[in-house]
Write a new protein. Structure first.
Length: 239
């Protein structure tokens, strides 16, 4: 009974909250001291800041090419793959290196077919940005993938699977626009894409897609103008 009255009195007088606050302040002080202590694993040197999270990538991470992280034998395979895509008439400005991760596989012990839709999408987005860069520099390139002004939208995609892919592997993917039909809709054109396996040294999948020039400000398909058509013609294979 006495103990209960003592706790009740502490709550009324605020002493219990004060003690809790003291413990909280003490914990923060200890953590701040650890940040300042050079021997502590939590030490943060003056003038620097800690990572945003344990999963944050290094400040100087490069996402445009995996070549710097690959062994020399694989770099040779990558160069060979570039030659294969170039020979197939694919646009070098679309080349996308897609690293295969363990989670890309399914219970059939190969990369799930649905994953290829994403793989081709990544290469297509890179290619779209290169079109925007040629049409109007970095600002237009960013607008092309931000739903601003005239850009592209996927109408249809047909993927043909030639070989199963397994982890570990890296695919090199490329795109090329196809010549238009004589009576084609000026807002629509077709592209072809291929995925080449560095591990198998062979093409493992092909894609044919219909893309539409789309005005995202007016929410309707459109004629992109002669300049855009000229850029597309310049990207077509000369074969």
């Amino acid at each position: 009974m006495f103990k209960s009255r003592t706790i009740s009195h502490a709550i009324r007088t605020g002493r219990l909250g004060y003690a809790s606050q003291n413990r909280h302040t003490s914990s923060i002080s200890a953590l701040q001291a650890a940040f300042r202590d050079p021997s502590s694993p939590f030490h943060i040197p003056p003038g620097t800041q800690g990572p945003e999270s344990p999963d944050s990538p290094p400040t100087q991470a490069h996402f445009t090419s995996l070549a710097a992280e690959l062994p020399e034998s694989t770099i040779g395979s990558l160069e060979e793959a570039h030659g294969k895509l170039w020979k197939a008439g694919l646009d070098p400005l679309s080349f996308w290196e897609q690293r295969i991760v363990w989670g890309d596989q399914d219970s059939f012990q190969h990369v799930n077919n649905v994953r290829y839709i994403r793989f081709f999408e990544s290469a297509r987005i890179k290619w779209m940005m290169s079109l925007g860069e040629e049409l109007g520099g970095p600002v237009r390139a960013k607008a092309m993938i931000s739903g601003q002004g005239v850009s592209l939208i996927l109408k249809s995609i047909d993927v043909q699977f030639r070989r199963p892919v397994t982890y570990p592997d890296t695919l090199l993917i490329g795109y090329r626009p196809l010549p238009p039909a004589t009576d084609h809709d000026t807002s629509t054109f077709h592209v072809a894409a291929s995925a080449y396996s560095l591990a198998q040294k062979a093409f493992v999948a092909h894609s044919k897609e219909a893309l539409v020039w789309y005005d995202y400000d007016r929410l309707k398909k459109c004629d992109p103008g002669e300049r855009a058509k000229e850029v597309l013609r310049g990207r077509m294979s000369k074969e």
